[in-house]
Design a protein around this ligand. Structure first.
Ligand SMILES: [Zn+2]
Length: 320
């Protein structure tokens, strides 16, 4: 051993030991520091995320406050108007009823219909339908039939005959019971949907035009007519009142001569006329007036057409 201390080998080993210590100590220190750094980085990331979260929450609170402030200002200014605007369509339950009760959409609305007469027949089909169809065929005139819900074989055959002859079949109502259908929008839709399905199944045609029984505003529907029309429009159906009443449903039972005169005298004042007539078993005077009415209107320079969704809708004025 004595020879070892102070020997060349001793110094070699000493140097080696020093080198090992010199490498190992900083490595251990660095390793410890490294994990601390890693921990610190992880901790900082957590803090960052937390800070971000807090900033987001703060921003949300702030923007919510801004919105609430704006809303309260708006409500103060126009409370009723604002409530209407805020009501999302999904909040109206009846809008989700009958999801297949929608009209196919026309590509564009017709802009020219000057000097055009649209003959319309309400309440059919009836025992008079065949006679009306024969006269229209003879005069080569297309018209519109706003039908009601009748499911006997003869009525179904007449609905089909209307469509086959190239006329428009429109919806009037299934039951035609004013008190019932104008009780609520839901009642109205329930009734009209029945008719919609019946027409589709029996004729293969999807009806797109409609007329409210009694016209779009009457003594029975003042509480619901706006909602009904808005909902039907939303579903793509086009409403038609009339501006030329033949008065053929007047209680005094007008003659054919009176009916002709009612239509032609009123037609002279309009460029676009939607004529109201009726198709029911009692309306023999209407059938009697039809051919002559058409002839006189043709002499006045009018042409005839059936209503389609491309024809601009006609609604009574609600200003009074
Ligand atoms: Zn009617």
């Amino acid at each position: 051993m004595k020879g070892y201390f102070g020997s060349v080998r001793f110094f070699k080993n000493l140097i080696l030991l020093v080198i090992i210590v010199a490498i190992a100590v900083p490595t251990v220190i660095a390793f410890n520091n490294g994990s601390q750094v890693k921990q610190a980085v992880a901790h900082a990331a957590e803090l960052d995320a937390l800070l971000l979260e807090m900033q987001k929450k703060d921003a949300m609170v702030q923007s919510r406050e801004v919105i609430e402030e704006a809303q309260s200002e708006m409500e103060e200014e126009e409370p009723e108007e604002q409530q209407k605007l805020e009501q999302s369509p999904s909040e109206i339950n009846y809008q989700t009823l009958y999801p297949d009760f929608y009209a196919p959409q026309p590509l564009q609305a017709d802009t020219i219909s000057e000097k055009t007469i649209y003959l319309t027949f309400d309440d059919g089909p009836s025992e008079r339908t065949d006679e009306v169809l024969a006269i229209l065929a003879e005069k080569n005139v297309k018209a519109t039939f706003f039908v009601v819900g009748k499911e006997d074989e003869a009525s179904l055959a007449r609905m089909k005959a209307i469509v086959d002859a190239g006329h428009t079949i429109g919806m009037h109502s299934y039951s035609h019971k004013y008190a019932q259908i104008y009780e609520s929008v839901e009642n109205y839709l329930d009734d009209m949907y029945q008719l919609f399905v019946l027409i589709k199944e029996e004729t293969g045609v999807t009806p797109t035009v409609f007329r409210l029984p009694g016209g779009s505003i009457n003594a029975y529907n003042s509480a619901v007519y706006q909602e009904i029309i808005a909902e039907m429009l939303r579903r793509g159906f086009v409403p038609y009142d009339w501006n030329l009443s033949s008065e053929d449903a007047a209680s005094n039972g007008p003659t054919s001569i009176q009916i002709i005169s009612n239509v032609t005298s009123r037609a002279a004042k309009v460029s676009r006329g939607i004529v109201l007539m009726h198709d029911s078993v009692t309306h023999t005077a209407t059938v009697g007036a039809l051919a002559e009415t058409v002839d006189q209107l043709k002499e006045m320079g009018y042409s005839f057409a059936a209503l389609t969704p491309e024809v601009r809708p006609m609604l009574f004025s609600y200003t009074s």
